[in-house]
Write a protein of this length. Structure first.
Lengths: 201, 201
């Protein structure tokens, strides 16, 4: 398969998931969003499950690129930029539909080992990226010496998960979480006397 | 319907949700867990959707009783007890299955207005209960004067949602979140110089 074909099929899968959600998604729905026929999709992927697993891989690669990007003058700025990036919809129009499909896939975690492995890779990637910035900031003295980079990164990943699940379930706005996260960084993570303000309201 | 009949049907719905999840649940699965026939269930509830809405109501009442209980010598103890209660499985054996079904129902939020309304009631109940304890603690001087009870309660509800969704999707243990929540209360919410320690490790 050429990269172009892969991009095309993955784009179609994204659009089909946004339109139909995960539970009722059929190969035909993906074909309908694609220039490829259902038979061609089946030629490349044995089942809908295989295609969705390939989609999660594809998403992982693009997510890895995306969360590597945020940067800043120092670790505090970098953490703030990273958390902002993780709370910013890539596409306002389809964000809620897509996050809903992802929440459906998360609810498959206990029943589907392959999905669970892939979800765990996302979870670890996010954790490790945040932990790296925290560790760097503790070493440079920007974050307090008693900040636990591992536990704090787990906590932040939990908060990001909660922001997405509340956004889907009860439409709680991502901005609310963004504001509180900045306050958390300020009150719990910054080194004493840094006098920094990361809360912009 | 007598209270006994209601309890019986709701218990059967709980067990059927744990066994089959939400997406593939049929009235027959609930009947199989119950002393009532499928025809009897249909006599009381027009559809599976109606029964599940009644179940969410029933769950709400029991949740309201449960989160009213935690108490303490002062607002700090009460908040800690409340967060512990919200992160403690009621039944270890079925907790993951049940939380998985609830996550599936949350993913229905955008498509199903009735579910969304009911989920919003849970969300508001949890928020208002936490906000009340925070407000009391700010007034009594146990929590810092600049703690925002409303925003902080939203943040805590987000964290509790995230703990549940990560527990389902990637088996991240609830205990990890419990520890970090206690640190958060200590570093971000307690009044300066209270010298309190809520972290028990």
């Amino acid at each position: 398969m050429t990269d172009e074909t892969i991009d095309e099929i993955m784009g179609a899968t994204y659009r089909a998931l946004c339109k139909h959600g995960y539970a009722s998604l059929r190969m035909q729905d993906i074909a309908d969003e694609s220039t490829k026929s259902k038979a061609t999709l089946h030629y490349y992927y044995d089942s809908k499950h295989d295609l969705l697993c390939a989609f999660l891989e594809y998403l992982y690669d693009s997510f890895a690129e995306r969360i590597a990007e945020p940067t800043g003058e120092d670790p505090v700025e970098e953490l703030t930029a990273l958390l902002d990036c993780l709370l910013t919809p890539r596409d306002e129009n389809t964000h809620q539909q897509f996050q809903t499909a992802i929440l459906e896939i998360k609810a498959q975690g206990p029943y589907d080992e392959t999905f669970r492995e892939k979800l765990t890779r996302f979870d670890r990637l996010m954790h490790d990226r945040i932990e790296g910035v925290l560790r760097e900031g503790v070493e440079s003295g920007h974050f307090a010496a008693d900040v636990d980079p591992d536990g704090t990164a787990e906590f932040l990943v939990t908060i990001l998960n909660g922001a997405r699940s509340r956004y889907v379930a009860v439409e709680y706005p991502l901005d609310g979480t963004r504001t509180m996260l900045r306050r958390y960084v300020e009150s719990s993570l910054l080194a004493d006397g840094s006098g920094r303000e990361v809360v912009a309201e």
